[in-house]
Design a protein around this ligand. Structure first.
Ligand SMILES: C[S@@+](CC[C@H](N)C(=O)[O-])C[C@H]1O[C@@H](n2cnc3c(N)ncnc32)[C@H](O)[C@@H]1O
Length: 293
């Protein structure tokens, strides 16, 4: 039985997303795994059925979120000149490699729970990509003390006071809102010390239709049991997500609807309005939110 603060049961899902990135031309074979290929094959009939019935599926959401986060990171690097990126819960995502290819000046740090971080580091080492400007480090967003906390990692790997883009992709929905809220408040405090920092993530919306809501809740319970986590939909709308993050102290928050990127980015389109939003939040200024009453 895992303790409440051990979320390592989630890690295998990175094998599936890793396979999706490979199959859709976003990653090369150096990040592919046999288990990922197997999961991809097993999921294909379910994904096809979901596409037929609901007009979208997990792969649609994954590709929407991945490419939009990439796009927003590219924009911040080009327009704001940010040169430090931390991807938390990186799994086997190829984003770090692709960002470094497009922006060779970047200091890219990928972070995950120790086992997944070791796995990623060995893959990057094998292809000669690991080095002073592309690192992998263990992190645990639930840790409150020690060298794997968010605060310790950021202080250890980056220059002080310089802005950083912090990304979590496919991580926050595995935790109930009070748990992830605590992480966001700590993240806000870290970003407040680095003016101009940006947080990029995604959130899955609570479906408005009762039938769809019941079936997605059932799927979430199955995934929760498989990953020993509490898979959760946190918000009913993008606006609710924006308001909530603003209350945590973030300064400017936008919940991007993938529809706004149709035709501009190479993303698949959902039949209905997509139930995912990509969050872009700039860090608080002044007093860190953790210190506010
Ligand atoms: C669904 S996967 C997403 C991986 C990657 N971001 C992607 O989109 O392909 C979730 C990732 O979060 C990591 N993870 C789970 N709990 C974590 C924690 N407490 N701190 C940091 N990372 C965690 C897992 O190991 C896994 O790699």
């Amino acid at each position: 039985m895992k303790s409440r603060s051990d979320s390592s049961g989630i890690s295998f899902t990175a094998l599936y997303t890793g396979a999706v990135w490979c199959r859709h031309g976003l990653a090369d074979e150096s990040l592919a795994t046999t288990q990922g290929r197997l999961l991809y094959a097993l999921m294909t009939p379910l994904e096809a059925a979901s596409q037929r019935i609901t007009g979208g599926n997990i792969r649609t959401f994954l590709l929407q979120r991945h490419r939009i986060i990439d796009h927003l990171a590219d924009q911040a690097i080009a327009a704001e000149g940010i040169t430090q990126v931390l991807e938390i819960g990186c799994g086997l995502s190829p984003r770090g490699l692709r960002l470094r290819q497009r922006h060779p000046q970047l200091h890219m740090v990928e972070a995950d729970l120790p086992d997944m971080a070791a796995r990623k580091a060995s893959r990057l080492m094998a292809t000669g990509h690991l080095g002073p400007h592309h690192q992998v480090t263990p992190i645990d967003i639930l840790a409150e003390s020690g060298d794997q906390t968010l605060e310790a990692v950021v202080a250890r790997v980056f220059e002080p006071a310089r802005p950083v883009i912090i990304i979590t992709e496919g991580l926050t929905s595995y935790f109930p809102l009070p748990v992830i809220e605590r992480f966001w408040r700590r993240l806000g405090a870290v970003m407040a010390e680095r003016a101009g920092s940006l947080y990029l993530s995604e959130t899955y919306l609570i479906p408005p239709q009762p039938l769809l809501r019941a079936s997605l809740n059932a799927c979430a319970r199955v995934l929760g049991r498989m990953t020993s986590s509490q898979v959760s939909f946190h918000f009913e709308s993008g606006e609710a997500a924006e308001t909530h993050l603003l209350r945590q102290g973030f300064q400017q928050v936008t919940a991007h609807n993938p529809e706004h990127f149709y035709g501009r980015l190479a993303i698949p389109q959902s039949r209905e309005t997509p139930l995912i939003r990509i969050l872009a939040a700039s860090g608080p200024t002044g007093l860190p939110p953790a210190d506010r009453v």
